[in-house]
Structure formats: C-alpha cells, structure tokens
Design a protein. Structure first.
Length: 149
C-alpha cells in the first residue's frame, strides 16, 4: 500500500499500527517552513512505528542545512529504537538518526553514494551494535514466574 499524506494528517496512519509490520515513511523537507511543520505534526506520533527516510532539500535562501547536519535537541522526538535514515541534499553520506535519552540526536554515518555502485555501506555493524553505548542509561527487566493452577 502506498499513501501520499500531508504532515498534518500523519497521525491518521497510526490506525495501521497493527496491520503493517514495518512501513517506510518518506518525508521530503523542501524548506525550513516544512521542517517546522513536520516537527509540529509529529509531536504525538510514535517515531518508532515506521522506518523513516528524511530528505532535507537545501536551497541558498533557507537555513535548513544546519538542522540536517546538527539538529538542535531532539526535534523529531526520536527514541533508541527509532529507525531513521537522513540524507542532506547534494551530499553523498546517508546518515542514521536516533536518540539514547531523548534529549539529543545521535548521528551515525551509515552509507556513501557512489555513482557506479549506489549506496556502499560504511560499516558492517548491526543496528544494536552501532547503538551499544547507552550513555549510562539503566535498563530494568522483570521476570514473572507463573504457577500452574
């Protein structure tokens, strides 16, 4: 299934949460206004639900370029399990964005575009091998023993 959805209506796609295993959501941000609109639209959206591909378009008359390379805080409300790929316009590096504590964005250079080969991986590490530094976050787990009656 393919859908064309405006940022303001993105929340409506949550109705497919239990029907689609892992959708891919492609977001094109042509200017800073679209960036701000997207940030506002996803405040209540589960960023861990789909796989994201964000394309920042850069033109000389806007300043979205800086937000692509150095996001301030965690504008997209990313989590540890968010899968987001980001491509800054006119660049050859495909980056992975996620967050450990929810306060800042972690950026990992994942692949490089080569005209004759397409995207070439820059690492052989798996998703969780790349994210193994939890920056001191403590994970708690509980096991429940169920007695048969």
């Amino acid at each position: 299934m393919t859908m064309d959805v405006h940022f303001k209506n993105l929340w409506r796609t949550l109705k497919y949460y239990h029907e689609i295993i892992q959708p891919i959501t492609i977001v094109i941000l042509p200017d800073f206004e679209a960036y701000l609109e997207f940030v506002d639209a996803i405040k209540v959206y589960s960023m861990s639900f789909p796989v994201w591909f964000i394309l920042f378009l850069y033109t000389p008359d806007n300043n979205i370029h800086d937000y692509c390379h150095e996001p301030i805080g965690n504008p997209f409300n990313l989590a540890f399990d968010t899968q987001m790929l980001v491509l800054c316009n006119n660049e050859i590096i495909l980056r992975e964005w996620y967050s450990i504590k929810g306060e800042t964005v972690k950026i990992f250079n994942l692949a490089e575009w080569k005209d004759d080969e397409g995207f070439v991986p820059l690492t052989n590490l798996s998703l969780y091998e790349r994210r193994k530094n939890m920056e001191g976050v403590v994970l708690r787990a509980v096991a429940i023993k169920v007695n048969k009656i």
